[in-house]
Design a protein around this ligand. Structure first.
Ligand SMILES: *Cc1c(COP(=O)(O)O)cnc(C)c1O
Length: 362
């Protein structure tokens, strides 16, 4: 079976010496290796204001803290995502207000965002779902006009682009995840890139209980409660090795994705997804719409190919029942979107086989 997701672990002879050195270095907590990882990852995403954390969820939480979100505030978000995007918002006590998605792409609809803004709206969370990039031109214009910060959840879209630059420096906050099945993994891990450099020290305090690591423990005074969110040196050592492979791996995803974009065009029962102006997806998963999805998934499985919609819409979970509203765009999208394998483990032969399997019908 060609899987939809797979964990990339660099070869033993490359990874193990790096991990071993770190483990026996005498300092495995948050230290110089984390700083080096921050520098290198910052270079990769073209934003040096990057703070490494222990998960993508922590990154989202710190973004919401930096945006000053408090109980009673409203945060506009998308239901078409992995659940942590929204459980973290709920954790702050803010009310989630769902924006609908564009039924052609499954990505948050700028028009819907605009219609959901109230005087209580304090942040807009957008997700570059499956590696496709949201309509950032329109979303930037809304953010500027309303003065509401945007938090980009980039857990699915490492090295995807907007206006020729990797996602990471466009909005006030960009959040990354290095969880096991993401485009780059440190087993678990994450990080936040901020646009305003003056927020870096606050972010660093928030990841360490509210303490300032640059001041002696006894000289510290916690003024705002922080969390246990920092990345450690062992994880960072793994991240440094992963960085050496990430452009190659994501590059393979992109080549496969573009191949599908061309080869799946015009096949009966398949509708490919259009991409927004000035955006380039990084194809963590390949996404399309198919008629009679259950039949499609069954036929692909019989041909040795895993396919699935993968994610549950967030808005129908009981914990989010206060936020329920009509989302006709999502209803339309949710009924027939599907993912097919597209990652670095899909070689020329496999992708050819996948196209042939789709072409054969279901
Ligand atoms: C994985 C993921 C997260 C959370 O990341 P963790 O590192 O698992 O905490 C957030 N948002 C999306 C869209 C994700 O897929």
């Amino acid at each position: 079976m060609i899987p939809l997701v797979k964990t990339f672990i660099p070869e033993r002879k490359e990874l193990m010496p790096a991990l071993e050195r770190e483990l026996y270095s005498g300092y495995i907590a948050t230290g110089d290796t984390v700083s080096l990882f921050e520098q290198n990852f910052g270079t990769l995403i073209e934003n040096e204001n990057f703070i490494a954390l222990n998960s993508g969820s922590a990154a989202l939480h710190i973004a919401l803290c930096l945006a000053g979100i408090e109980p009673g505030d409203e945060v506009i978000s998308t239901p078409m995502t992995a659940e942590p995007t929204n459980t973290v918002i709920a954790q702050t006590g803010a009310k989630i207000v769902w924006a609908d998605v564009d039924p052609k792409t499954g990505l948050i609809s700028p028009n819907s965002i605009r219609s959901k803004i109230t005087e209580r709206t304090k942040a807009i969370v957008v997700v570059h779902y499956a590696g496709m990039v949201c309509d950032m031109r329109a979303i930037n214009a809304i953010s500027q006009a309303s003065n509401i910060p945007v938090i980009e959840d980039d857990a699915h879209a490492l090295l995807a682009q907007f206006e020729g630059k990797p996602i990471g420096s466009n909005s006030a906050f960009t959040c990354f995840s290095f969880q096991a099945i993401k485009q780059m993994t440190t087993v678990d891990g994450g990080g936040i890139a901020v646009k305003d450099p003056s927020l870096v020290s606050e972010a660093k305090r928030l990841r360490w209980f509210g303490l300032d690591k640059g001041v002696s423990r006894l000289g510290n005074d916690i003024k705002r409660i922080g969390y246990k969110y920092a990345m450690n040196n062992v994880t960072a050592a793994m991240g440094l090795v992963q960085i050496d492979h990430v452009e190659g791996n994501v590059g393979s995803c992109i080549l496969n994705g573009r191949y599908y974009d061309e080869r799946l065009l015009g096949i009966s029962g398949v509708t490919t997804v259009p991409y927004y102006a000035d955006t380039k997806p990084s194809y963590w998963l390949y996404t399309m719409k198919v008629d009679r999805r259950d039949d499609f998934i069954r036929a692909m499985r019989a041909r040795g190919i895993e396919s699935s919609p993968l994610h549950h819409r967030s808005d129908t979970h009981s914990v989010f029942s206060n936020s329920r509203c009509d989302l006709p765009g999502l209803d339309e999208w949710y009924s027939n979107y599907v993912h097919i394998p597209c990652g670095w483990w899909v070689g020329d032969e496999e992708r050819e086989k996948i196209v042939e399997a789709v072409r054969a019908g279901w």
